[in-house]
Design a protein around this ligand. Structure first.
Ligand SMILES: [Cu+2]
Length: 658
C-alpha cells in the first residue's frame, strides 16, 4: 500500500528526495571528534580493509571502533572545524590464528597502519559460542559422558561457552571451554548444571581437545525457573506509580552530547567498555570547567574460590574476554528503566564486519534524588528545603548467567556516582546433597560454596571492577594525593585527646600511587589541580570516595591473580598514555599472566606531579551466596562517588530553585 503511493508521486518528488537525502547525509555525519563510528563509517573501514592485498580470507572482526583522536585535539576542538575520522580495528585470521591491529583513515580512504600482534587472542567472537556448541555436541567423548548420565537427547542440553581462563601449555590454538547444562523442558538451564563435564575446544580447528569428567552428580530437579508461569502464585500487584514529566525532560541531547543542570558531557556506547563518558565539564557561571576527559569500566574479573578441577580456572574477565558493550541488550521501559526514560541506540560491527544496529541498549532518564539539602528553623518554623534531581545513564550487560547494570549518575551538587547493579543467576555447581546438614565437604565450615537449593551449590566468588578515570580537573595538568585521618598525638596541643587530623600526601610517582583502602584512616584519594584555586586559595580537586569494597582472597601466586594484577590495589594512578586503556591489557583472553595492563603501565614509574594523570579504581564484591539469591538474584548495588573538593566556593546546589 505504502509502496504504491510512493510510486505514484515518485516523478515529481525526485528532486526533493535528492535534497532530503543529501541533507540527511550531512546531518548524520559526525560533528564532533569523539562521535562514535556511524554505520557508513564502519562499512567504509571494513571495505578498505577487505580491499587490501593479503587481507585474511577467513577474517573475523573483533572490533571496528572510532580511533579516538589525540586529547589536545579534542579539548581544543571548535564546532564546525575539520574532523579527523579514523577507525581502529582488530582482525583475526581464523585460518592462521593470527591477530592484526589496523588504523584506517576514513577521510583519505586509506590504511594508516596494519600490524600483526604476536601471541595474543582477541576476545570471544559471537559466532564462537555457536561453533563451540556444535563442536562439543558432535564429540563422542562428550556424548558418552551425557549417556552415562542418562541423557540421550542432546537437544535438551545447553553448552555454554567460556573463555579458556588459565591454559595448560600443552594445549595450543584458539581455545574455549564448554560447560553443559540440562535444559529439559525448563527455562533456566543455568540452574541445572550437568556437573563434572567440561570440554576444552579448539574453536578454529573445530575439535574437542580435552574432556574432563569428574563423575556423575545428580542434576537438580525442575523448579529453578522464574517466569511468572513457573512461579505460579504471585503476590498482590501494588497500585500504579506513575512518573510524569508533563513538560518533557530537562536534559538536552545533541547527538552524543548531553547537557543537564550545568553538566556538559558526551557519551558513547563502546563495543568493549559499554558506556564511556567523555569531556565531562561543569558550567560554572558561564565558565566551562573540565573535570573528566574519559571515564569507563576498564576491566572486570570474577574469580571463583572452588579448588575443584572443573572450577579452579573460572575467572571471567567480562570486559576483555567477552565485551561488555556488545553484550548489552535492549532495555525495557518500566522495567529496566523508568517509564520516563529515553532509550538510545548503538551501532557496532559484528564478527564479519557488518553493521549491527542495537536498538535501545542505553537508557537516559531523570529521577527523584531525595533531599538535596534542608534546614528547618525550629524557632520560626521555616523549612528551607530543596528536592534533588538526578540524571542517570544506564546500560545492562548480560554475560552468560550474570547481568550487570552500570549506572552513571550526575547530581546537582557537582558530584557524580557510579552505581553497579548485579543480578542474574549465580553460577551453579551440582552436588549430590539435598540438605546442608548432610555430610559433604562442600557443605562444611571450610567449604568453598553454599548450598542454595537441593543439589545446587553456589561456589564462593568475588567480582572485581576496575574503572579508568582520566581526570582533567580545571585543565590537563593535575597531581594525585591520598588523605588519611588520624588521632592527634597526646600533648599540649591535644590535652583532652579529642583532636584528629586529615593529612594529605602527594604521590610523586606511579609506584607510590598503588594503594588500598584503610577504614582506620578513612582513606580517600584526590586528583587536584596544583595551580587552580578556589576563592580561599585551596587547590581545586575531585575526591574518589570508595563505597563497599573487598580484598582479593585468591592467593597472589595463583595463576588467576597473575592474570588479574589490577586487583592487587584498590587505587592506581598513572601518567596519561593514550594506549593505556585496559587494566589487564588489551588481550586478556588466553593470557598467561604476564603483567599486561596496570603492572606494565606503571613499570616505568613515571612522575605524577603536575602531569596529565589517570586514576584507576578497583572495586571488589565478595559474594556470600544465600538461598534468597536463588533462583535469580535480587539486585545488589555497589559503587563509588566522585565529589568536588574545593572545586566550588560553596554548595553548588544552593541555586537549586524550590
Ligand atoms: Cu556474584
Amino acid at each position: 500500500m505504502k509502496m504504491k503511493k510512493l510510486c505514484l508521486v515518485y516523478a515529481c518528488c525526485q528532486l526533493i528526495v535528492f535534497f532530503a537525502l543529501s541533507a540527511s547525509a550531512l546531518f548524520a555525519a559526525a560533528t564532533h571528534p569523539l562521535d562514535p563510528l556511524e554505520a557508513s563509517e564502519i562499512e567504509s573501514a571494513v571495505k578498505i580493509l577487505r580491499a587490501m592485498r593479503n587481507f585474511p580470507i577467513e577474517a573475523l572482526f573483533s572490533t571496528v571502533q572510532l580511533n579516538e583522536p589525540p586529547k589536545a585535539e579534542v579539548w581544543n576542538y571548535k564546532a564546525g572545524a575539520a574532523l579527523r575520522r579514523e577507525a581502529f580495528a582488530i582482525v583475526m585470521d581464523r585460518k592462521l590464528n593470527k591477530t592484526y591491529e589496523a588504523t584506517i583513515d576514513l577521510r583519505g580512504k586509506k590504511i594508516v597502519s596494519w600490524k600483526e600482534i604476536a601471541d595474543v587472542q582477541p576476545l570471544i567472537f559471537d559466532r564462537e559460542y555457536e561453533d563451540l556448541r556444535r563442536i562439543v555436541k558432535a564429540d563422542s567423548r562428550w556424548q558418552a559422558a551425557m549417556r552415562k548420565r542418562g541423557i540421550t537427547d542432546y537437544e535438551k542440553v545447553e553448552v555454554d561457552g567460556w573463555a579458556i581462563g588459565q591454559v595448560d601449555p600443552k594445549f595450543t590454538g584458539r581455545l574455549m571451554r564448554g560447560l553443559s547444562y540440562f535444559k529439559g523442558e525448563g527455562e533456566n538451564y543455568y540452574g541445572r548444571p550437568i556437573e563434572g563435564v567440561v570440554a576444552i575446544v579448539d574453536v578454529t580447528r573445530g575439535r574437542v581437545v580435552d574432556l574432563t569428567d569428574t563423575g556423575v552428580v545428580p542434576i537438580a530437579e525442575k523448579g529453578q525457573d522464574f517466569s511468572e508461569t513457573a512461579i505460579g502464585k504471585l503476590r498482590e500487584k501494588p497500585k500504579p506509580l506513575t512518573i510524569n514529566q508533563p513538560e518533557g525532560a530537562s536534559y538536552k541531547l545533541n547527538g552524543n552530547e548531553i547537557i543537564w543542570q550545568k553538566w556538559h558531557f558526551r557519551y558513547t556506547m563502546h563495543p568493549r567498555e559499554g558506556i564511556v563518558l567523555h569531556t565531562v565539564a561543569y558550567d560554572d557561571d558561564g565558565k566551562m570547567r573540565p573535570i573528566l576527559y574519559r571515564a569507563a569500566l576498564s576491566e572486570m574479573v570474577v574469580p571463583y574460590g572452588d579448588p575443584d578441577t572443573n572450577w579452579r580456572w573460572r575467572a571471567a574477565f567480562d570486559v576483555g574476554e567477552y565485551n561488555i558493550g556488545r553484550n548489552s541488550y535492549p532495555l525495557e521501559k518500566n522495567f529496566d528503566a523508568p517509564e520516563n526514560a529515553q532509550l538510545l541506540d548503538a551501532v557496532f560491527a559484528d564478527d564479519e564486519g557488518a553493521v549491527s544496529e542495537r536498538k535501545g541498549v542505553l537508557a537516559i532518564y531523570e529521577r527523584d534524588g531525595g533531599i538535596a539539602w534542608k534546614h528547618y528553623d525550629f524557632t520560626t518554623g521555616k523549612n528551607e528545603t530543596r528536592r534533588a534531581r538526578e540524571l542517570v545513564l544506564s546500560a545492562v550487560a548480560t554475560i552468560g548467567n550474570y547481568d550487570y547494570a552500570i549506572n552513571y549518575i550526575f547530581k546537582q551538587d557537582g558530584s557524580m556516582e557510579v552505581d553497579l547493579a548485579l543480578t542474574g543467576i549465580m553460577l551453579a555447581k551440582g552436588v549430590k546433597e539435598k540438605r546442608s546438614d548432610e555430610n559433604h565437604s562442600m557443605l562444611k565450615m571450610d567449604s568453598s560454596g553454599h548450598l542454595v537449593a537441593e543439589n545446587v551449590v553456589a561456589p564462593h566468588h568475588q567480582h572485581f571492577f576496575n574503572f579508568r578515570l582520566d581526570f582533567d580537573v580545571d585543565g590537563v595538568s593535575n597531581s594525585v594525593t591520598e588523605m588519611n585521618s588520624s588521632a592527634m598525638p597526646a600533648g599540649a596541643n591535644n590535652p583532652y585527646l579529642n583532636g584528629f587530623v586529615m593529612r594529605e600526601t602527594m604521590f610523586k610517582t606511579e609506584r607510590e600511587a598503588q594503594r588500598s583502602m584503610d577504614m582506620g584512616a578513612a582513606r580517600v584519594w584526590t586528583v587536584m589541580n596544583p595551580t587552580a584555586k578556589n576563592s580561599f586559595g585551596q587547590n581545586t580537586s575531585f575526591i574518589i570516595v570508595p563505597g563497599a569494597n573487598s580484598m582479593p582472597f585468591i592467593a597472589p601466586e595463583s595463576l588467576v591473580r597473575k592474570r588479574a594484577q589490577f586487583i592487587n590495589n584498590h587505587f592506581w594512578a598513572t601518567r596519561y598514555n593514550a594506549d593505556e586503556i585496559y587494566a589487564a591489557g588489551i588481550y586478556p583472553n588466553q593470557s598467561s599472566g604476564n603483567g599486561n595492563g596496570l603492572p606494565k603501565y606503571v613499570a616505568d614509574n613515571q612522575p605524577l606531579e603536575n602531569q596529565d594523570v589517570v586514576l584507576w579504581y578497583t572495586l571488589g564484591v565478595t559474594h556470600i551466596p544465600r538461598s534468597e539469591e536463588w533462583s535469580v538474584m535480587p539486585t545488589t548495588h555497589v559503587g563509588f562517588k566522585l565529589l568536588p573538593g574545593a572545586f566550588f566556593n560553596r554548595n553548588p546546589a544552593l541555586d537549586v530553585p524550590r
